[in-house]
Design a protein around this ligand. Structure first.
Ligand code: PHE
Length: 428
C-alpha cells in the first residue's frame, strides 16, 4: 500500500490528464497503457527486487548488486537521488496549488474574498508560500520515519479517493459538452501519433510508477522477504493505472463542459492554453456548477489529493534522507531538515523563474533522467547481477516462481527487450 501511495499522486490527476488532453486523448491513452505494461511494470519488479536484496539505502543496495564496481554503483544511486530531489522541487509547487483550491473556496464562503482570490490566482508569492507549507509537511512526515503511518494512511485513502472519483465522473457525464470529451478520450484519432507523443507517454509512465529514481528501491528495502514481488508490483501498477484512467474520464469531459460554459481551454492553434494549470481551472469550474454540494465535494477532493501528493512526496524525500542517514551517518531528524531545506531552496528558484525552469525541470527529470536511469537499472539486473541470485531473492516470497510464466519471460525481457524498446523510443 505504501508503494501504491508513492505511485498514486499528482502524476495521476494532474500529469496524465494534462498529457492526454495535449496529445490527442485516446491515442495517448493507448500508448500510455502499452508503456505501463510492456516497459514500466518489468522495471518496477527490477527496482523493488534490487531494494529488497540490499535491504538498505539505494547506494548500498546498488553496491550489493554490483560489488565489482562499487564506485559506479554509487554514482547511479547519487544520480537517482539528485533526479528525485529535482522532481520533488517542482512537485511541491503543484502540490501547493492544491492547498490554494482547498482553502480558497472556504475563505470565499466566509467572506474573505481577496484572500481567496490570492490563493486561487497565479503569483510568485502564492506559489512560494504554498510550496513551503507542502515541503514542511513532507519533512515532518519523513522526520518520523516512513514505515509506520504511511501504510495505514494509504490503505484508507485509496478506496475513498476511488469512490469520490466515480461519483464525480457520474456527475460530469450528465453535463452538456461532456460527450465530446469522452469521445476525445476513448475514440482514437491516429493523426495525433508522433515520436514526441511516445516519449511523453514513456516519461509519464515512469513518473506515475515512481521509477528510475530509487524511490521504489527504498520502498523495496522495507518489504518483508515473504512478500511476492511480481504480484505486489502488478497490484501497484494496476491500481495506479486505474486511478489515472478514471482521472482522465473525469478531466477530459470536465474540460469540454467548462468550455461549453465559457471557459477558454484551447488557443486558436488548437494547443492547450496554460496546460500546467488546466486541471486547476477545470475542476473548480465543475465544483461551481454543483451548488452547495460543490463546496463540500471540492474540499473533500482537494484534501484527498493533498494526502495522495504527500504519500508520493515522502517517497521522494526518503531517498536522499535514507542515503544521508546510512552513508554519512547523519541523524535522521537533522538530515531531513537540511536536505528538505536545500530542495525547498531549489524549488524557490523555480518559482521565481517559472516560465524558464518549470517545464524544463519536468522534461529533464521525467523524460530523460527517469527512463535513462530506469534502463540502467534494467541493464544491471539483466546483465550484471547473477541470475541465480535474482531467482533466489524473488523466490523467497514466490516459491513456485520457476514453474510460472513470469520467470520464463521476465529475465530476458529486462535484459534485452526493455533496453531495446527504450533505445528505440529515444532514437525515434
Ligand atoms: N508517482 C508519483 C505521482 O504519480 C510521483 C513520483 C515520481 C513519486 C518519482 C516518486 C518518485 O505523483
Amino acid at each position: 500500500m505504501a508503494a501504491a501511495g508513492s505511485a498514486v499522486g499528482l502524476g495521476n490527476i494532474w500529469g496524465f490528464p494534462t498529457q492526454a488532453a495535449s496529445n490527442g486523448g485516446a491515442v495517448f491513452l493507448l500508448v500510455y497503457l502499452l508503456m505501463v505494461f510492456a516497459l514500466a511494470y518489468p522495471l518496477l519488479v527490477a527496482e523493488l527486487t534490487i531494494g529488497r536484496y540490499g535491504s538498505a539505502n539505494p547506494i548500498k543496495s546498488l553496491r550489493a548488486v554490483w560489488p565489482q564496481q562499487r564506485g559506479v554503483a554509487a554514482v547511479l544511486g547519487v544520480a537517482g537521488m539528485i533526479a528525485v530531489s529535482m522532481i520533488l522541487s517542482f512537485y511541491a509547487i503543484v502540490a501547493g496549488w492544491l492547498f490554494g483550491f482547498l482553502v480558497g473556496p472556504v475563505l470565499e464562503a466566509i467572506g474573505m474574498v481577496s484572500a481567496a482570490e490570492w490563493l486561487e490566482s497565479f503569483s510568485a508569492s502564492r506559489n512560494l508560500s504554498l510550496m513551503i507549507i507542502f515541503m514542511v509537511l513532507t519533512i515532518l512526515v519523513v522526520r518520523n520515519g516512513v514505515a509506520d503511518g504511511i501504510e495505514r494512511w494509504s490503505t484508507r485513502l485509496m478506496p475513498v479517493l476511488l469512490g469520490l472519483f466515480v461519483v464525480m465522473v457520474a456527475y460530469i457525464l450528465t453535463q452538456d459538452g461532456a460527450i465530446d470529451g469522452l469521445k476525445m478520450y476513448l475514440v482514437p484519432d491516429f493523426s495525433h501519433m508522433s515520436p514526441e507523443l511516445v516519449v511523453s507517454a514513456m516519461g509519464q509512465a515512469f513518473f506515475s510508477l515512481s521509477l528510475g529514481v530509487c524511490s521504489m528501491m527504498v520502498y523495496g528495502s522495507y518489504i518483508k522477504k515473504d512478500v511476492n514481488l511480481p504480484k505486489t508490483a502488478a497490484q501497484v501498477a494496476m491500481l495506479d493505472t486505474s486511478v489515472a484512467f478514471i482521472a482522465g474520464l473525469l478531466i477530459l469531459p470536465a474540460m469540454f463542459v467548462a468550455q461549453h460554459n465559457g471557459v477558454e481551454i484551447y488557443s486558436d492553434t488548437g494547443a492547450l492554453l496554460s496546460s500546467d494549470t488546466l486541471v486547476f481551472s477545470v475542476l473548480p469550474a465543475m465544483f461551481d456548477t454543483m451548488g452547495a454540494a460543490g463546496l463540500f465535494i471540492g474540499v473533500l477532493f482537494f484534501v484527498l489529493m493533498v494526502i495522495a501528493a504527500l504519500t508520493s512526496s515522502i517517497s521522494m524525500l526518503e531517498v536522499p534522507v535514507a542515503c544521508a542517514t546510512e552513508e554519512l551517518q547523519q541523524d535522521r531528524k537533522i538530515a531531513v531538515w537540511w536536505i528538505g531545506g536545500l530542495i525547498t531552496l531549489f524549488s524557490g528558484i523555480i518559482v521565481f523563474n517559472f516560465g524558464d525552469m518549470f517545464g524544463l525541470v519536468i522534461s529533464l527529470t521525467t523524460e530523460y533522467a527517469q527512463p535513462i536511469l530506469g534502463m540502467l537499472f534494467a541493464l544491471l539486473v539483466g546483465w550484471v547481477w547473477k541470475r541465480d541470485k535474482v531467482l533466489e531473492e524473488i523466490k523467497q516470497g514466490y516459491p513456485e516462481l520457476e514453474q510460472g510464466l513470469f520467470w520464463k519471460i521476465w529475465p530476458w525481457y529486462v535484459r534485452v527487450v526493455c533496453p531495446l524498446l527504450m533505445l528505440f523510443v529515444f532514437f525515434a
